[in-house]
Design a protein around this ligand. Structure first.
Ligand code: MLT
Length: 272
């Protein structure tokens, strides 16, 4: 289905599963697309309503002028929830998706039934982080996404994934290359300018899941542990053998943890 953003962009949305909740919205990482959740949709859609969408500038969603902010990304997510008819949902975001979820938790806490924060962080970028993003934008403008994608894969994936799963690496690479350079640069700008959302963690009501690849070098386990410590009720799961793209690198462990969390929320809702 297609959803129109507040500023007129068409966003591509996929919805699967039954109508009985809790509904789950999966928000993808930079610079991938909704396709990265295929395994999770297969694993969850027999039992839970599940949806995902391409963030503006990625996959089948339109890119517009490429001038993105984290706030427009949150606005888009709220439009998607409205179009799905989900007043409240479990928001599950990986990395950039997690930034969008965390900012939504601050701006519209009434839309959250639960929160799964995967390979992400609540802190805003520091100086070094912003300089790195400026370098990525410069590089992508000069050399295209193709000129930079292998650096990202080198950073993002665990060495074992690169050695043992060449087909997966190829699939991720092709998925990244399908995105327009303007979308990649626009998302870098939005992430560079995003606000710090650490304060919202202690204000979250209900159970949360914090999940990260054991070998994630972009948002390492220590970062996940610090977020889990601030949340009033969080389970921390380290995904074995996975780097930053933990849902793709070890889907069995990732899916099992997410399913367990959703069953817990369902049980709590039934007991309430
Ligand atoms: C992601 O996977 O979404 C990115 O690594 C996030 C970032 O660049 O901060």
């Amino acid at each position: 289905m297609k959803v129109r953003s507040a500023d007129g962009l068409r966003l591509w949305v996929r919805r699967e599963g039954p109508t009985e909740g809790p509904p789950v919205l999966l928000v993808h990482a930079f610079p991938l697309g909704a396709w990265m959740w295929d395994s999770q949709i297969r694993a969850l859609s027999a039992d839970f309503p599940v949806a995902t969408y391409d963030v503006r500038g990625f996959g089948r969603s339109e890119v517009g002028d490429g001038q993105f902010t984290m706030e427009t990304m949150v606005d888009d997510m709220l439009e998607v929830l409205d179009a799905l008819g989900w007043q409240r949902a479990v928001l599950c975001g990986l990395s950039m998706g997690g930034y969008i979820v965390l900012r939504t938790a601050q701006r519209a806490p009434e839309r959250l039934l639960g929160m799964a924060l995967c390979d992400t962080r609540s802190a805003a970028d520091d100086d070094e982080g912003r300089l790195k993003r400026a370098a990525v934008i410069r590089r992508v403008k000069r050399e295209g996404v193709e000129g930079w994608v292998d650096d990202f894969l080198e950073q993002a994936l665990a060495p074992a994934t690169r050695e043992r799963s060449p087909d997966l690496v190829l699939r991720i690479r092709e998925g990244i290359l399908a995105n327009p350079p303007l979308g990649v640069c626009g998302a870098q700008l939005a992430m560079a300018a995003r606000t710090d959302t650490t304060d919202v963690l202690s204000a979250v009501s209900g159970a949360a899941l914090v999940l990260t690849g054991e070998e994630d070098r972009i948002t390492p386990p220590e970062t996940a542990r610090q977020m889990a410590d601030r949340l009033p009720d969080a389970e921390l799961v380290l995904v074995p053998g996975a780097g930053h793209l933990s849902n793709l690198e070890n889907p069995d462990a990732f899916d099992a943890a997410l399913r367990r969390y959703l069953l817990r929320l369902r049980g709590e809702a039934a007991g309430a």
